[in-house]
Design a protein. Structure first.
Length: 32
């Protein structure tokens, strides 16, 4: 079923994007 695969890839890509954005945000603001 391509729809389920597409949904899984979309969710995975979305989570990765959010994680990467937070990581870059923390680097820019030098939280640690």
């Amino acid at each position: 079923m391509p729809h389920i695969n597409f949904s899984v890839y979309f969710i995975f890509f979305f989570l990765f994007s959010v994680f990467y954005f937070v990581y870059m945000f923390s680097l820019v603001y030098d939280v640690y």
